[in-house]
Design a protein around this ligand. Sequence first.
Ligand code: ADP
Length: 736
Amino acid sequence: MEIWPYMAGIGIIAGLGHLTLFVLILFRRDKMMGERLALLYLGLGLLWGTAVILIAPVFPPAVAELAGRLAPVLVTALVVTQLVLTCSFLEVSWLSTAAAAGGTWTVILLLATLYFLGATPPPIPLQQVAQGGWAVIAAILIGLLATTLVRSRLALHRNRALYWLLTTVPLIAGQAFSLLPGGLLRGTGTLFHLAGGIILVRGVTSYWLPNIKAKLRSLLRLFLLFVITAILLLGVVLGAERFSDQLPLSHTSLVVVLAVIAALIYLPLYQWLQRLVNRLLAGMGFDPAQILREYSQTIGAILNLDQLARTVLHTVAEVLGVQQGALLVAIDTGTEKLRLQPISGLGRVSQVPVELDPASPILARILEDDDPLFQYEVEQHPGLQKAAPWERDWLRDLEMEVYLPIRSQGDLIGLLALGPQGTGEPYDPRATEFLSTLAQQTGVALQNARLFESLLDRNARITELNKSLRAAYERLERLDQGKSDFLTIASHELRTPLTQMRGYLEVLIDMAQTETLPQEQTLSLAESIARPTRRLEHIIGAMIDASEIDAEGLTLHFAPATLESTMRTALKPWLSALKERSITLTVWGLEDIAPIHADTERLCQAFSNLVSNGIKFTPDGGRITIGAHPLDDEHFKVTIADTGVGISSIDQELIFEKFYRVGSVNLHSSGQSKFKGAGPGLGLPIVRGVVEGHGGCIWVESEGCDEAQCPGSTFHIVLPYEAHRDPCRWKRPGNG
Ligand code: ADP
């Protein structure tokens, strides 16, 4: 029997089929990479189908010979394109390597075929070489699919690989048949190929693929039902034949009895089978309504975000066997961006938040669509593929399979992110419906928990603010007290010398009127008047200096000087007081400081104030130590330490404020070198004004104020060698 007419017929059907698929893809707009490769594949398939037809003996022998020689090359080109297409479909990284190697091999084969076209048979067994090459490439293809199937963690990705396996098997079988010598098999090969081509076109034109396992199972269910029905019918027919002689029943009655028995068995068997298959298909042996009822009762009382995340995820874990999940809480950033903060509740989940851009297609999909978003869509949906890489990377790193929007009054407040199901199956409609309802119920609880957490947060912030407000208030109160004290002190400071002056002047006038004024007494009285005058001058000078510092800073005149001479001048007026109070003065390191550029008079005033304070707050017999050492190329440091009463930590900052003085104003004494004698509280503000006016800084260290123990105080002054008006450039270690 001639087989070529059948082959030609098959070839024409397959060719038309391939042509239809080719045209279908050709006219699609915005073709993606997969579609372009599929177009190439189908084009090659068309050429190959034509070659198969041309092999038929109706055509001139030369044409049939050429077609026969080119067919293996075309099959090679097909399998190579298929490998590249598979790499692209499964997003395999070595796509370009596969394309380069496969392309080269095809070109070599084509050139060799064309070169030996005249030679019959060709000197090299090209047919066998092509078959060998094809087998190797086909094996790589199958191996690639198998490893992808095994490695895919997410069910929808595995489904994709499974789908592609369904495409690959008929395509490879079709190509294999065409390489076989038998004519009819060759023809059948093109039909197989067409079947594979149809599945392939469906796969590359739509990212959402049918659930292959579920489809296979429903086929299995149909098949099983068919088998059971057939067996029962066969049982009736065969039983009627077998037992018609042995039973006292007519043939017809026996058939009726057997049919009734078969029908009785059939119904429960069918139902049992249905249940079995349904369980296999749905994989959910639970009552969603019952679980959701219990769940809503449990979460009603939860106000803690972590606890809520744990409860919802453990419910899902129990029902669907999910082992990885998180609650992604939407946080308002005050901008249009939406921050998602994962709160882990199941498995190990990255805690890194992400900010989704308002223009992000992923955000748009979540905001506008109530349907669950699958990780598979994020990776395969053409629209979502345009999302920023970091957004897609962030979602991929979470290793979740599905995201369910959680809303409250229509606003998105979070996402329930879940990993793969325990069964490894994709989430089917029943599972997603259950999860969507669960997410809906979680909305109110999540909103409550968020409000409660923000309330707690605000409460903590208010407590914190209250604390700093209290501290600020206490500080202001102390400063204010300082100012009120100042009035008392100032009136005392000003009135005492004035009273003294007036007293002496009255005596002077009286004596002058009675003309009983010897020269010696005149001098002594004049000296007694001069002393309070100097004191008055000093206080008024300090007040003017303080107001100058406040207004625009001290006017300073920098000139070359040395630290040693400046300090010596500052110390001179205090030497007698030191002696009188038996206070030991130690000075070191001043001569090691290089010449400076400064306002000597003001610097001298600052040192003098500090030494005066040291004397005033150190008991008799104490010690004052003045030292200096270089700090860096630009700065040096002077320390003035005493063994006095010390300064409490709370006062260490305040004493540099104007009019602030420690202790009760009633204990005030105006003596300049008396123990605990204090002035109007302007000494240290002036010192700070002078030091900062030179581009330096000053601070005090003391273990506290204790008149019995006398922990002492140390004033640190950092100054630049070259004074300048900028803020201090030296940074105090550990103090910003
Ligand atoms: P006054 O001009 O009244 O002396 P200051 O501004 O110089 O004021 O000092 C303010 C306060 O700082 C003083 O009243 C004193 O309580 C405290 N004080 C300053 N120097 C020392 C020191 N060396 N030891 C202890 N307390 C000090």
